[in-house]
Design a protein around this ligand. Structure first.
Ligand code: FES
Ligand code: FES
Length: 1006
């Protein structure tokens, strides 16, 4: 049928079938890639467009419904402010505000948010924060925590009303009187005057204590705009799926309906005969190559236990066959026509069952390659046994030994852009894999044998990524499209549905954890022991390394005091078992949030049992500057461990400032505050968790950088590091700009393409700013050195005294001599490229760190608990963090806010479950709840800078640490509020209610 509508002020006439969605028409037929796709059920809002000025989800609207109406997409709004000779209208004020405030991280939800804001401001020019949050309630963002997008809209509204808004510019001051001095007692309100209004202020800067040793800098440390913000605000076709290719096929996967079964026979005759089907592949059609899907450096620190397609299925959702067809609908019909004859096998659905002697063996394939302690006959993907000191001696010396058992759920990264890949043969018969990945170089190396191609015949391109959070540190779907391109010779696009994200992608390892801690009456920890039973699901990708981090980071924080500080007694044992459930993998935090849930809930129990002060007890036993990281000599993700000293630790200051911000002194232990006036069923509580993380993997994680000068004095910076929305491209470019004395806009960064950018291990382990940043620094130093030499020669010409290159300084796009003479960097570039002793000035460097300096943080939560229903409302989260020097306070605080929001889901609502046949309970955002804008608590971020000496700018990691402490801080706040000690996350009303009932039962029995 034909429909007519006005699209972005242009009359459109188009032929559609009645069941075509508006989303499909806009993206596939009209090429409007600013309209995104994140689900199929109208829940994520990424596909939002305006229909007659009202936001609608185009994925659930049929194209015929817009006949005769007016549709607006992001493409109708502003444009780049500089378009050469053509006069540009510039960005729309809302786009501009999103760019300026750091409201854009991955940018995948941004077009939808901007359109929603436009509709709101059209009807309400002066909205309240509540109205903005309500307007955003239909657009899910997994990156930002919504604070900056809300601030962006309030700022845009102010601009549109003609008001003057506060500029966002550096350098970042430590405002006088804002922070507590070391000897001051915290007083509520000192830190953030007017803190109840925190959310509504249009100032987007976090609070920051600049390290006193930090030299003033021109670019590093400043809240510069993200390098990709303008294109993302316009909804430019920057993502993997935003590409048109002639003859591109659509791929689909047939998934197993059974948790454990052998495939006796597959009949694809009918599917292959269906018109429009280009290929159907089963395990019989492709080479049988065993590999690991975990995107990690060589050699892979885990078992090789996966095949692209196998004759056995190991979870509901495992792969059975691949289909490529002319369109999605034909591909889905073909899936229905594949006949599979399964021999069902007994399944293991609970991790304790995997350890039972006669449990069915999940991995009995002869090709299985063991790693370290994996033992497939016992369903063990990996085992860890770490002893530091002697815990038995420590327990013998303790006054009390306190034990506890804790549990954490399986949860989903839930990035709004699903996994998506496009593959094609290029003109040189090389296979191009354009993919939304965090690890392009690992994809190339690991898939080459699987595809029967040499790595040099594969090129991996990573466009913008719509969020990853570790979920895209997996070589997960690239092989599907690649096999089908090899089979058909045609381009193939494969994108997971939201349901597939839940049942076929990776998630956080659920664990059951036991802790025993020996403590003296004065609060000295004498021994600390953890056992973790971790569920890797059907495959062992990341099994060892994720669970290793559970102990390596969380059990490292508390070493004890006095003599125990010098020789701590710590034990960490873990068994990582296979079950017939979807595999687990990397997810922001990488095993550490599981560990800190147990450790920090347990520390709280200890303080209450022994009547200790929660802050003082933790600080008394916590790791300090100058001490050896206790695990550094014991374990290192399957590599050779080497002792490592803690050079920087701002934990004490984090506690002091965080406590002041949340009003700890007035609230903790104050019975009046715990009551909510006018109610009998509500109780207030306050809780803390202290955490540490790591920065990259020492002696392993490597990043490379290349910088070359252009003849206008700008620079190309090529990095293999992958910005998955975190702003890493921006902070890397800032570090280059700082060294080269130019503004950020003179650095043109490109990441990443295995053909053109240097190797980088990828975006994980909180390493990019530190590892790749140090490589960028060194490459920039090489370039600066060449500029110094040439500028010195140019400035010496005609002078009396020659100028030494060592005396040249780069600043303000110029090379300066001590006498004040200068040449511009553009003049130096022209001289080098065109005039004299021509050379391409460029630098290339790589960096591997011998240390993994931990960031530290204190996380606080304030809650209200309904003691009748168990309902918990988190009122406020505060995080004070020492992440070294902050390169960009805007992007850094965005990372903290977004991380705290994901962690809040882990604390109170996110959990994946399975029925007794192994079928997933949650397959969409209806049943799996992630926080929306209108549900958020207040959030406050405080940076306590330290200068980490192992990095040229003193940085440490910060992207993962906000995941670690929110859940235990909330758990401790619930305990503080009502005495309910919920040991199993998330803290659902039912669990609170049960914990309250148990508490009452205990009290009655006394
Ligand atoms: S709501 Fe339309 S793609 Fe999710
Ligand atoms: S910025 Fe919102 S989903 Fe990434």
């Amino acid at each position: 049928m034909q429909i007519n509508f006005i699209l972005n002020e242009v009359q459109i006439e188009i032929e559609v079938s009645p069941d075509t969605t508006l989303l499909s028409v806009l993206r596939d037929k009209l090429g409007l890639y600013g309209v995104k796709h994140g689900c199929e059920t109208g829940e994520c809002g990424a596909c939002t467009v305006l229909l007659d000025g009202v936001p609608v989800n185009s994925c659930v609207m049929l194209a015929p419904q817009v006949d005769g109406r007016k549709v607006t997409t992001i493409e109708a709004l502003g444009e780049h402010p500089d378009l050469g000779w053509r006069r540009s209208a510039g960005l729309d004020p809302i786009q501009q505000a999103f760019v300026e405030t750091g409201a854009i991280q991955c940018g995948y939800c941004t077009p939808a948010m901007i359109l929603v804001a436009r509709a709101l401001l059209a009807r309400e020019p002066d909205p309240s924060e509540e109205q903005v949050r309500q307007a955003f309630s239909g657009v899910l963002c997994r990156c930002t925590g919504y604070l900056k997008p809300v601030q962006a809209v309030l700022r845009a509204a102010a601009v549109m009303r003609g008001e003057v808004v506060e500029p966002i510019e550096g350098p970042i001051p430590a405002p006088s009187g804002l922070f507590l001095a070391r000897d001051e007692e915290p007083r509520e309100g000192d830190l953030t005057p007017g803190s109840p209004e925190l959310l509504t202020r249009t100032s987007v800067m976090p609070d920051i204590i600049v390290a006193s040793q930090t030299e003033p800098r021109r670019v590093v440390g400043h809240p510069v705009v993200k390098v990709d913000a303008i294109k993302l605000a316009q909804g430019k076709p920057a993502f993997t799926a935003d590409i048109e290719m002639r003859g591109m096929l659509v791929a689909k996967v047939l998934h197993s309906p059974l948790a454990h079964a052998r495939i006796k026979n597959i009949d694809c005759t009918q599917a292959r005969a269906l018109p429009g089907v280009a290929a159907v592949l089963t395990w019989e059609d492709i080479p049988r190559v065993v590999y690991s899907t975990a995107g990690q450096s060589d050699p892979i620190p885990g078992p090789l236990d996966s095949f692209s397609l196998d004759y056995k299925v190991r979870f509901v959702g495992d792969r059975v066959a691949f289909v490529a067809a002319e369109n999605e609908s034909i591909a889905e019909q073909a899936l229905d026509l594949i006949e599979v004859d399964y021999e069902p096998l007994p399944a293991i659905l609970d991790l304790e069952e995997a350890m039972i002697g006669d449990a069915p063996q999940i991995h009995d394939e002869p090709e299985y390659v063991d790693f370290a302690e994996s033992a497939p006959k016992r369903n063990l993907a990996a085992q860890i046994r770490i002893d530091i000191g002697d815990v038995e001696v420590g327990f013998a010396e303790a006054d009390v030994i306190i034990e506890g058992a804790y549990q954490v759920p399986k949860v989903q990264p839930a990035h709004i852009e699903p996994h998506v890949v496009v593959t094609y043969w290029d003109e040189d018969d090389r296979l191009v894999i354009r993919t939304s990945t965090q690890v392009p170089f690992h994809v190339r190396r690991q898939l080459a044998p699987v595809l029967g191609l040499a790595p040099k015949r594969i090129r991996v391109i990573k466009p913008r990524i719509g969020g990853g959070f570790g979920g895209k540190q997996e070589v997960l779907i690239e092989d599907v499209a690649a096999h089908l391109t090899i089979a058909t010779g045609r381009p193939v696009r494969f994108e997971y549905t939201r349901a597939e994200e839940f049942f076929a992608a990776r998630s956080r390892h659920p664990m059951r954890i036991r802790i025993r801690t020996g403590v003296k009456r004065d609060g000295t920890i004498t021994a600390n022991e953890m056992y973790a039973l971790s569920d890797t699901g059907a495959y062992g990708c990341h099994a060892l390394t994720v669970t290793g981090n559970t102990g390596h980071k969380a059990m490292a924080l508390y070493v004890g005091d006095g003599p125990y500080r010098e020789a701590p007694n710590i034990r960490f044992y873990a068994d990582i078992v296979y079950t017939n459930t979807p595999p687990c993998g990397a997810y922001r935090g990488y095993g550490v949030p599981q560990g800190f849930w147990a450790v920090e809930r347990h520390m709280e129990v200890i303080t209450r049992e022994l009547g200790l002060d929660p802050l003082a007890f933790r600080l008394q036993n916590a790791l300090r500057v100058g001490e050896i990281h206790p695990f550094s000599a014991a374990w290192s993700e399957g590599r050779e461990p080497r002792p490592e000293t803690i050079n920087t630790c701002g934990l004490e200051d984090c506690v002091r400032q965080g406590a002041a911000a949340i009003g700890w002194a007035e609230k903790y232990g104050n019975p009046d505050w715990h009551q909510v006036p006018g109610t009998s069923h509500l109780r207030r509580g306050i809780g803390v968790a202290m955490v540490m993380h790591g920065t990259a993997i020492p002696y392993l994680d490597m990043g490379g950088a290349i910088i070359k000068i252009n003849d206008d004095g700008s620079f190309n910076l090529l990095v293999g590091a992958t910005d998955l929305g975190t702003g890493s491209d921006t902070v890397l470019a800032q570090q280059a700009a700082e060294v080269l004395g130019v503004p950020l806009e003179d650095i043109v960064i490109y990441s990443s393409d295995t053909d053109f950018t240097p190797f980088d291990k990828g975006a994980y382990a909180s390493s990019t700013t530190y590892i790749s940043g140090a490589a960028v620094f060194q490459a920039a130093k090489q370039v600066a050195e060449r500029i110094h030499i040439r500028a010195a020669r140019m400035l010496s010409e005609g002078g009396i005294e020659p100028i030494s290159p060592q005396d040249i300084q780069l600043a303000d796009r110029c090379a300066w001599a001590p006498d004040g003479q200068s040449v511009t960097i553009a003049e130096v570039a022209l001289n080098a490229l065109h005039h004299e002793d021509q050379e391409q000035i460029m630098g290339m460097a790589s960096f591997v760190s011998p240390v993994a300096p931990p960031p530290f943080a204190a996380q606080f939560a304030e809650v209200t608990v309904d003691i009748e229903t168990g309902q918990v409302r988190v009122q406020k989260l505060v995080m004070a963090v020492d992440a070294g020097v902050i390169v960009n306070p805007l992007t850094a605080s965005g990372q903290i806010e977004g991380g705290m929001t994901q962690a809040l889901g882990y604390a109170v609502c996110e959990e994946m479950g399975y029925d007794d046949a192994g079928r997933p309970r949650e397959v969409d955002f209806r049943d799996y709840h992630i926080f929306a804008a209108h549900e958020m608590p207040k959030m406050q971020t405080i940076f306590i800078e330290t200068v980490e000496p192992s990095h040229p700018f003193g940085v440490k990691a910060l992207a993962e640490i906000p995941m670690d402490g929110v859940a235990p801080a909330v758990g401790n706040a619930v305990l503080d509020a009502c005495g309910a000690n919920v040991v199993e996350a998330p803290i659902t009303p039912e669990r609170v209610w049960r914990a309250l009932r148990d508490r009452i039962d205990i009290l009655r029995s006394r």
